[in-house]
Design a protein around this ligand. Structure first.
Ligand SMILES: [Zn+2]
Length: 438
């Protein structure tokens, strides 16, 4: 297989580090000197990872080295009611006790959800625990600066795939207008900040005032980016357009012309087929700046994750581990080249090749781990019989253990995929994975 010379790109936010392949668009990179890509983004619930507490992650090296390095997504509806809780010493990392090694994406919508309230050209409507709230550009920008997430996904108007063409047109236009407004606000804030900072330096000490963005004073955020006068929130633009390839291309082209820091390919998992998603991604990815990070929102299962990576996606928001957990399943799909202890092949697990229902009576006396050979915290310490008992007793620990395993296993799949990309054998990896499911 031919490979060209090693390529390193591109900016302070995202670096591509890999051997450039002649056969695959899959690529490896590093986001904010912190997160290796390709990778998955985990959804949060009330600003925290569901079912797993930060102290549990900190207490276990395996968890810390795997789940402890995954990026999280926090939606606007989870922070808008608590806006006043954030200040210069209490950004979203500190507020929610999320480690600096977990990059935080601030987002208008989470994977697997859809905004139900009415939206117009001025604002998006979100559902909060205290009822509906309208989010306009001013509010969103203010929140961005309040919580100081590592990366902000621009305000966007996502609609279901079966919405009318006019509605999709409207959603693309609104999303672009909101993105332009946010970029302008970003630039103006930095300009004002610089002027105030310069002015303050020339004035007596008593007259010095701390530089502030809309009431938010300077500080350092969790990834060490100084929030001084030159700090500018990192902003990713969102490409929409449903399954209309022409509209998608317009959205991609217009977004690519703007000085965004990365791209989010949104409006997925909203009714499109796999073939439609593949066609759209294949059409629009080449239109984006190849040196900027690309995020896909969302993927439903491990194969969708691997196919997205094959098309050149760097980060994938994926709720699959949580959905499996909620249904009482443990993932058992085989990861190519991964060695399992005790010479037990994971396909020997009863119940299927991708998942087993831990509520099943046959596990009542099964003393094997969820997936024999898996190195996760749950598999190393607990048996199927115990998880089966916890599920039947409606103990929350059952879901905690299942989620730890399911999330760890997907993370293992993606980290193994990275090794194959670096060896320029990614297509073989995907084929081997698919064969393992037969
Ligand atoms: Zn496990």
């Amino acid at each position: 297989m031919n490979t060209s010379t090693s390529t390193t790109a591109s900016n302070n936010i995202f670096k591509i580090v890999q051997k450039k392949s002649t056969t695959s668009k899959a690529r490896c990179g590093i986001l904010l000197n912190n997160t290796t890509t390709p990778n998955i983004i985990c959804n949060t619930c009330s600003c925290a990872l569901p079912l797993i507490t930060p102290d549990l992650i900190d207490s276990n090296k395996i968890l810390k080295d795997s789940i402890g390095k995954l990026p999280f997504a926090i939606p606007v509806e989870d922070v808008i009611l608590e806006k006043d809780a954030f200040n210069k010493t209490n950004n979203i990392h500190q507020h929610s006790n999320i480690s600096a090694s977990n990059l935080i994406f601030f987002a208008p919508r989470l994977c697997g959800t859809l905004l139900s309230g009415p939206s117009n050209d001025k604002q998006l409507t979100v559902e909060t625990v205290q009822g509906r709230r309208g989010i306009n550009v001013d509010t969103y920008f203010s929140l961005m600066n309040c919580i100081q997430a590592d990366i902000n996904i621009s305000l966007c108007d996502e609609v279901p795939n079966d919405a009318s063409k006019n509605r999709h047109d409207k959603s693309v236009r609104r999303t672009l207008n909101w993105l332009k407004d946010l970029l302008n606000k970003n630039d103006n804030a930095v300009t004002i900040n610089k002027m105030e900072s310069k002015s303050a330096q020339n004035e007596p000490v008593l007259k010095k005032q701390k530089v502030q963005f809309e009431g938010i004073s300077a500080s350092s955020n969790a990834t060490g980016h100084s929030n001084n006068e030159t700090h500018k929130p990192i902003l990713f633009g969102v490409v929409l357009g449903g399954t209309n390839v022409k509209l998608r291309k317009i959205s991609a082209e217009c977004t690519a012309e703007l000085p965004v820091d990365g791209y989010v390919l949104g409006g997925f998992n909203l009714g499109e087929t796999n073939a439609e998603r593949g066609e759209i991604l294949t059409s629009i990815i080449p239109m984006l700046n190849e040196n900027k990070c690309r995020v896909l929102k969302c993927a439903n299962n491990p194969i969708d994750v691997l196919e997205a990576i094959r098309l050149g996606i760097d980060l994938i928001e994926c709720n699959y581990p949580y959905e499996m957990t909620r249904m009482g399943y443990a993932s058992i799909y085989k990861i190519p080249s991964t060695s399992y202890d005790n010479n037990v092949n994971p396909t020997d697990c009863p119940g299927g090749n991708t998942k087993i229902s831990m509520r099943d009576k046959r596990f009542e006396t099964d003393v094997k781990p969820l997936l024999p050979g898996c190195q996760c915290f749950a598999c190393k310490s607990y048996t199927r019989a115990y998880v089966n008992h916890l599920l039947n007793a409606h103990e929350m620990l059952a879901e905690t253990l299942l989620y730890i395993h399911n999330l760890y296993h997907l993370q293992m799949l993606v980290s193994t995929a990275r090794k194959y990309i670096l060896d320029d054998k990614y297509d073989d990896f995907v084929e081997d994975f698919k064969l393992g499911l037969l």
